[in-house]
Design a protein around this ligand. Sequence first.
Ligand code: HEC
Length: 135
Amino acid sequence: MTVIKLTTSILVLALAAMTQFANASADDIAKRIAPVGSVCVAGTECAAAAGAATASSGPRSGSDVYGTYCAACHGTGAMGAPKSGDTGAWKSRLDKGFNAVLANAVKGINLMPAKGTCGDCSEKEISNAIKHMTK
Ligand code: HEC
C-alpha cells in the first residue's frame, strides 16, 4: 500500500512540475536562461550608463573638492588659512608629516573647520584636496 501511495505522489509531483513548464511564457524562459552578465560596447547606451556610475562612485578629485569646499578660505588666505600653491606657507605645516596634516584637516584645527566643511568627504578626498593645494 505505502509503495503505491508513494508512487502516486511522485507522479503527482512530476505532473505538477510539467504543468509549470508548460505554463511558462517564452519571456519567463528567456529570463531564466539569460546570461549573468552582459557585455557593454563603447558608444552604446549601456556603456554610457556604466561610465556615469563609475564616475559618481569613485573619490572626487583634489581640484573638485578644493574648488567646492576649500577655495573660499585657502584661495584667499581668509582667517589665516595657508594659501593654495603657497609652498612656503605649506612647507612648515608639511614638515610634521603629511598624515599629521591630513589628520588636522579631517578633525579641524583652530579656525579650520573639520573636513573643511566637506562633511561627506572621505579621508581620501580630503587628502586629494590637500595634495592639490600643496603642489
Ligand atoms: C572656513 C575656512 C576654511 C575652509 C573652508 C577650509 N579651511 Fe583648511 N584651514 C583654514 C584655516 C584658518 C587654517 C589654519 C589653521 C591653523 O593652523 O590655525 C587651515 C588649515 C588647513 C590645513 C593645515 C593643517 C595643519 O596641520 O597645519 C589643511 C591641510 C587644510 N586646512 C585643509 C583644508 C581642506 C582640504 C579644505 C577643503 C576640504 C579646507 N581646508 C577648507 C580654514 C579653512
